[in-house]
Design a protein around this ligand. Structure first.
Ligand code: TRP
Length: 425
């Protein structure tokens, strides 16, 4: 059985937080260690430009996200780990797909519609106000990311499912217009992944500004944990672990026994201060080793860069040959290039024509040589007799000839017979 290709990317606009790690990076690393899968993970830095025009932030985020994957144990011999902008075939494919994508499909994109709705809600008359073409067509760039590697499985958050559906649509359009070059990918949404709550209890997300960074200092981590919202129960009062953000965050990193034990403590009325201290000590210990590695990598960026460049080389071993096929399928070709199927067809048609043309030429040549004899027959007093005599002569002569000359004479005789048919009685 051939390996399934798994591919996912992270947009380089923010500092990796615990939600990113548990929701995307950790399951991806685990999947890349399974046999039967070929993994492609990348920094979606061209996607970053859609929403972020702060170059320092994009550059910083790229460093942080790259170092995070490596610090968390991604084995780059097992997975192909690269930066989108190191693969020029991706934006190239993106353009070809842009020409295959109906504008109506993009009009239906949730990300675009949300921006239009926001403009409407704020009373703007220009509904496309502040919406760039990048935002409008970014599902096409995402389709190029996926199709460039013919990915089978794309692990994404729920908000990205529509983009995978659009990718299938666009791939189908290409396949039926040109050549079947693309696989139709499937979104993989991990329903199992627990919702990772942020400091305020809502989903941990950059856009809610409620995140716990994965690699801040111990002091910073403790400070943030102390800010987590709790109810007003006093120490000694039993607490409901399942509605507590502090408990849920603990749960995300704990094994079953640890979770059970902590649950007990909540039911027994642990104070919030102590519960937060427990969470801090637990997380701080879990993150200590990767944090050291992260800091080491952030202080050795030339090394991280070299890892990405090696990944790009591995990735381009796939993208360069596929892009050649895509270009050729669409008619972007070296001038003398003729596709194999067409070569076969052209050859066959040509040879049939050639045979007919050559046959006509030969016939004309023989007729020219016979012209005098034919005229003599036509002009004789008894053309029928003259014709019969001529044929007799030629037939008799045939017997005296050998192979090649005989062939030629036979050919001549058959033409002569046709020409003299009108004189036969
Ligand atoms: N758009 C995705 C996000 O915001 C990131 C992304 C870009 C991606 N290209 C991709 C995810 C290709 C999966 C496959 O989360």
């Amino acid at each position: 059985m051939s390996k399934k290709t798994v591919l996912t990317g992270i947009t380089t606009t923010g500092t990796p937080h615990i939600g990113n790690y548990l929701g995307a990076i950790k399951p991806a690393i685990t999947a890349s260690e399974q046999p039967g899968f070929e993994s492609y993970f990348f920094l979606a830095d061209y996607h970053a430009l859609v929403k972020c025009h702060d170059p320092e932030r994009v550059a910083r985020s790229s460093r942080e996200i790259a170092a995070t994957w490596l610090a968390m144990g991604l084995d780059t011999d097992k997975a192909t780990f690269y930066r989108q902008s190191d693969i020029p075939e991706i934006p190239e494919l993106s353009w070809i797909l842009t020409c295959m994508t109906s504008k109506g499909l993009m009009n239906r994109s949730h990300a675009y519609k949300a921006s239009v709705d926001a403009n409407q809600a704020s009373g703007k008359t220009e509904l496309d106000d502040g919406i760039s073409m990048g935002l409008f067509s970014y599902p096409i760039l995402m389709a190029a990311d996926i199709l460039m590697f013919n990915a089978d499985i794309v692990p994404v958050g729920k908000d990205q499912i529509q983009h995978i559906e659009m990718t299938r649509d666009i791939a189908g359009r290409f396949n039926s217009t040109y050549t079947e070059l693309f696989n139709l990918p499937t979104a993989q949404v991990d329903e199992e992944t627990k919702l990772i709550p942020g400091l305020d209890g809502r989903k941990m997300s950059k856009s809610y500004d409620n995140t716990l960074p994965l690699f801040c200092s111990s002091q910073q981590l403790y400070k943030l944990i102390k800010q987590i919202d709790t109810d007003s129960k006093q120490p000694g009062e039993p607490k409901d672990p399942d509605s507590s953000t502090v408990f849920q965050l603990y749960n995300c990193f704990a094994n079953e026994a640890e979770t059970m034990q902590m649950r007990e403590q909540y039911l027994n009325g642990i104070g919030w201060g102590d519960a937060k201290k427990e969470l801090f000590e637990f997380l701080d210990e879990k993150l200590a080793a990767p944090r050291n590695e992260y800091n080491r990598l952030m202080n050795d960026l030339p090394f991280v860069e070299s890892v990405l460049l090696k990944g790009a080389e591995k990735a381009r071993a796939k993208t360069v040959p596929l892009m050649d096929k895509i270009r050729i399928a669409a008619g972007i070709r070296p001038l003398p290039f003729v596709p194999v199927e067409q070569l076969k067809k052209v050859k066959k048609e040509k040879s049939a024509e050639d045979i007919a043309r050559a046959e006509q030429g030969r016939r004309r040549g023989i007729l020219m040589q016979l012209k005098a004899a034919l005229d003599a027959v036509a002009n004789s007093d008894e053309p029928n007799l003259a014709a019969a005599q001529l044929l007799e002569e030629k037939t008799a002569k045939l017997a005296t000839l050998k192979a090649k000359a005989k062939d030629r004479a036979e050919n001549e005789l058959s033409i002569l017979k046709e020409e003299l048919a009108k004189f036969s009685a």
